[in-house]
Design a protein around this ligand. Structure first.
Ligand code: ZN
Length: 99
């Protein structure tokens, strides 16, 4: 599925775990096509939310260091879960393929 990251187009893909390091990665646009965010199709729940926030942050602010992006993803995912704003039944990476 295509997503908009603060005005830039990215293709969001759920891929087999062995394709990505950790749970996901982000490739910025080459100036011709869209960027690509890939997440492991095996992750669910808070780990998926954390990964989506993490890769979105890389896509939006590539100048940020990895430790900051890591902290931001984990912290914001936990915060949103604690507030009850996230429907955990929808946090399934395989479902991303359907859209
Ligand atoms: Zn990262």
């Amino acid at each position: 599925m295509m997503i908009n990251v603060n005005g830039s187009s990215f293709r969001l893909e759920a891929v087999p775990q062995h394709v990505v390091d950790a749970y996901g990665d982000c490739e910025l646009s080459d100036g011709v096509g869209p960027g690509v965010i890939r997440v492991s199709e095996d992750i669910i729940g808070e780990a998926l939310l954390d990964t989506l926030i993490h890769e979105y942050t890389h896509a939006d602010m590539d100048f940020l260091s990895e430790p900051f992006v890591e902290r931001h993803g984990k912290g914001l995912a936990r915060f949103l879960m604690q507030l009850g704003l996230i429907d955990i039944s929808k946090l399934n990476a395989r479902a991303l393929r359907l859209k």
